[in-house]
Ligand binder design. Structure first.
Ligand code: QAP
Ligand code: CO
Length: 168
C-alpha cells in the first residue's frame, strides 16, 4: 500500500490522454489499491490515474456517506446519457476551488473490473457527475476548462502562487 503524489493544476501532465488498460495483472491491482488509499486519505470522492501521473484508463470513486462503496472503473465508456444537472464540483488536482459545472444527470456506463470482466450499470446524481468528471481526466480535461477563462486564469494564478510558496 502506498499514498501517491497528486498532480496539481496547471501541471501539463494533467493534459495527457490516457491509454487503454490491456494487462489485468497484479501491478494493475496494486495501482488500484494505491489509488483507493490516496483517494480515501485526501479525502476525496473520486480519483483518476491521470492525477497521479499514470496515463491509463482507470479511475476510482466512492460517493457513499459511509465511505464503504468503493468502485473501480477500467476502460470506462458512457454508452447513454440524459438530462442535465448543475452541481458544484471540486477536484483533488485543483485544491480549494469549487465551481458549478453542468453535466448529464443520468448515464449508462460500460467498464471493466480488475479481472478484465465487462459490466454495465446506470448512475445518477453525484455518482453520475463524479464519473463524468473522472472520465474527463482520462482525456486530459479538467473541470476548470468549463469555466470562463477569467475564472480559470484566476484559479491558475492562485495555485501557482501557492505552489511557489510551498516550494520555499
Ligand atoms: C470530483 O473530487 C467531484 O478542493 C472528485 O481541498 C467533486 O474528490 C465530482 C477535494 C465534486 C463531483 C462533485 C477537493 C479535497 C476533493 C478540494 C474530489 C480539497 C480537498 C475533490
Ligand atoms: Co478531478
Amino acid at each position: 500500500m502506498a499514498l501517491l503524489n497528486i498532480l496539481h493544476f496547471p501541471d501539463t501532465r494533467l493534459r495527457t490522454v490516457a491509454k487503454p488498460v490491456t494487462e489485468f495483472d497484479a501491478e494493475l491491482k496494486q495501482l488500484v489499491s494505491d489509488l483507493f488509499e490516496t483517494m480515501y486519505e485526501a479525502p476525496g470522492i473520486g480519483l483518476a490515474a491521470t492525477q497521479v501521473d499514470r496515463h491509463i484508463r482507470l479511475l476510482v470513486l466512492d460517493v457513499s456517506e459511509g465511505r464503504d462503496r468503493p468502485r473501480c472503473l477500467i476502460n470506462p465508456q458512457i454508452i447513454a446519457s440524459d438530462g442535465e444537472e448543475e452541481m458544484d464540483e471540486g477536484c483533488l488536482s485543483v485544491p480549494g476551488f469549487y465551481e458549478k459545472v453542468s453535466r448529464a444527470e443520468r448515464i449508462r456506463v460500460r467498464a471493466q473490473n480488475t479481472d478484465g470482466e465487462v459490466s454495465e450499470f446506470e448512475a445518477e446524481g453525484l455518482e453520475a457527475v463524479c464519473i463524468q468528471h473522472e472520465m474527463d481526466h482520462l482525456e486530459g480535461k479538467l473541470f476548470v476548462d468549463y469555466l470562463s477563462s477569467l475564472k480559470r486564469n484566476r484559479i491558475r494564478s492562485k495555485l501557482v502562487k501557492q505552489q511557489k510558496q510551498q516550494a520555499k
